[in-house]
Design a binder for this molecule. Structure first.
Ligand SMILES: CC(C)(COP(=O)(O)OP(=O)(O)OC[C@H]1O[C@@H](n2cnc3c(N)ncnc32)[C@H](O)[C@@H]1OP(=O)(O)O)[C@@H](O)C(=O)NCCC(=O)NCCS
Length: 192
C-alpha cells in the first residue's frame, strides 16, 4: 500500500508519530471514538497506537491513513487496513470521522480509496467487522460492495463479518470462519 493517496476532497497519508497530538483529539473524544474500548485517556495510548500501525506497515505492508481535508489540512479522521480479527492476508478495513465532519460522505470516500488500494496491492479479500447497531458503518460497507458472510458473538454482543474480493477475481474465501481451528486466523483483536 502506498504512503499517500489523494481523493476528490481528502489527502490520505500514513500516520507518523508527529500526528499523535492531533489524532489524540479524535481518540479522546467520547462522541467520536465510540469503537473498541472507547475513548483514549492519555496521549501515550495514541502514540502507542500509531507505533503499532507503523509496525504493521513495516512488517505486513498494511497502511493506516490520516484523513485531511485537501483544502484546509484539517485532520478529520482515519482509515486503513489492519490485521484485526481476520489476519494480514485478508485484513479488516476501518474508518472513523470526527463528529463535526460526518454526513458528508467523507468516510465513504476514504474507505473506497483504501479498498481500491488494498486490491491494487494484491490483497485477495478485505473484511469489515461491524456491530449490528452501527447503521452508518453498515451503509458504508454496503456501498463498497462488502456482503455479510457470518456473525459471531463476543463479550460486547453480536458482530457481523462482511467481506469483498476484487470484482474481477471474486472467489469464495479460502478461510472457513471463526469456528475453525484450521488456520488460527481469528484472534479476538480489538480494532482500537
Ligand atoms: C461510521 C462513520 C465513519 C461514518 O462517517 P461519515 O463520514 O458520516 O460517513 P458517510 O457520510 O461517508 O456515510 C455514512 C452513511 O451512513 C448513513 N447513516 C448515518 N447514520 C446512519 C444510521 N444511524 N443508520 C443508517 N445509516 C446511517 C448516512 O446517511 C450515509 O449514507 P448515504 O451516503 O447513503 O446517505 C462515523 O459515524 C464514525 O466515525 N463512527 C464512529 C467510528 C465507527 O463506528 N467506525 C466504524 C467501525 S465498524
Amino acid at each position: 500500500m502506498r504512503d499517500a493517496i489523494e481523493t476528490t476532497r481528502l489527502e490520505l497519508r500514513r500516520f507518523q508519530p508527529s500526528d499523535a497530538p492531533e489524532l489524540h483529539e479524535i481518540f479522546s473524544d467520547p462522541m467520536t471514538h465510540t469503537i473498541g474500548a472507547g475513548p483514549f485517556t492519555s496521549l501515550a495510548e495514541t502514540q502507542t497506537w500509531i507505533e503499532r500501525r507503523v509496525r504493521a506497515f513495516e512488517e505486513r505492508g498494511l497502511a493506516w491513513y490520516a484523513l485531511r481535508l485537501r483544502d484546509s489540512g484539517v485532520l478529520v479522521g482515519n482509515c486503513g487496513a489492519f490485521i484485526g480479527r481476520t489476519g494480514s492476508l485478508e485484513p479488516e478495513l476501518g474508518y472513523e470521522v470526527r463528529l463535526g465532519y460526518r454526513g458528508q460522505g467523507l468516510a465513504s470516500e476514504a474507505a473506497q480509496a483504501v479498498l481500491d488500494e488494498c486490491f491494487a496491492s494484491g490483497i485477495a479479500r478485505v473484511w469489515a467487522t461491524i456491530r449490528p447497531h452501527n447503521g452508518a458503518s453498515l451503509r458504508i460497507a454496503a456501498r463498497l460492495g462488502l456482503v455479510r458472510e457470518f456473525s459471531r458473538t463476543d463479550e460486547r454482543g453480536e458482530l457481523l463479518y462482511l467481506s469483498r474480493a476484487p470484482r474481477s477475481t471474486a472467489t469464495d474465501s479460502p478461510f472457513p470462519g471463526p469456528d475453525s481451528s484450521q488456520h488460527g486466523r481469528w484472534p479476538a483483536v480489538s480494532p482500537g
